[in-house]
Design a protein around this ligand. Structure first.
Ligand code: ADP
Length: 191
């Protein structure tokens, strides 16, 4: 199996670009945000715990998302690998992922990073709020906290994966969705 991470700040376009990559390489697209939102919609205990954290722009506990990912690694078979979108989001999650992969005799192909400036994060999330109706896109305070959380907890992963020689970046701005898709697909092809 091949394992890729799709990385970038909130609103970078990970969800938008994931489909094309997953289709081309027969990967299972796994969005931890989407999985958590379906737990919330189904009203599960896990969803209930996650909702308050997500709506405030905070991360859910590492153990929750690590458990979801490990379950998928153990059960999904009908694909050539995984495209992880929104995981890992902390250095602890990245270390847990390393352990899960080595325990399976597998390794990470690479991190596909889509970068945009903070000002564009705000613009994109505000635009998406009107279309998707996500509670965590609707409030300025939540968006600010997500940007701060990204810089404090998630951005250190850039160095983590650079040091491992696994970090590959494209600019998600400026450019149309199609232009960014071309950049991303060319990058994956080069890994
Ligand atoms: P975005 O790409 O806009 O950040 P996501 O759908 O990836 O949105 O995530 C939405 C929210 O779900 C995050 O703000 C966070 O609260 C929670 N979440 C998603 N993935 C993780 C993760 N790996 N660790 C902790 N919390 C997560």
């Amino acid at each position: 199996m091949k394992y890729y991470i799709l990385f970038g700040p909130p609103g970078a376009g990970k969800g938008t670009q994931a489909g094309a990559i997953a289709e081309k390489y027969n990967l299972r697209h796994v969005s931890t945000g989407a999985l958590l939102r379906s737990e919330i919609a189904a009203g599960t205990a896990l969803g209930l715990e996650a909702k308050a954290l997500i709506d405030a722009g905070n991360l859910v506990p590492d153990s929750v998302v690590e458990g979801m990912i490990e379950h998928l690694f153990d059960t999904v078979r009908d694909c050539s690998g995984f495209l992880l979108d929104g995981f890992p989001r902390t250095v602890a999650q990245a270390e847990a992922l390393d352990r899960m992969l080595s325990a399976r005799g597998e390794s990470l192909e690479g991190v596909i990073s889509i970068m945009i400036p903070d000002s564009v994060i705000r613009e994109r999330i505000a635009g998406r709020a009107a279309v998707e109706g996500r509670a965590d896109d609707a409030s300025e305070a939540t968006i600010s906290n997500r940007i701060a959380t990204y810089h404090a907890q998630t951005e250190p992963l850039v160095d983590f994966y650079r040091k491992a020689g696994k970090y590959f970046e494209v600019q998600g701005y400026p450019g149309s969705i199609e232009e960014v898709r071309e950049r991303v697909l060319a990058l994956v092809e080069s890994i």
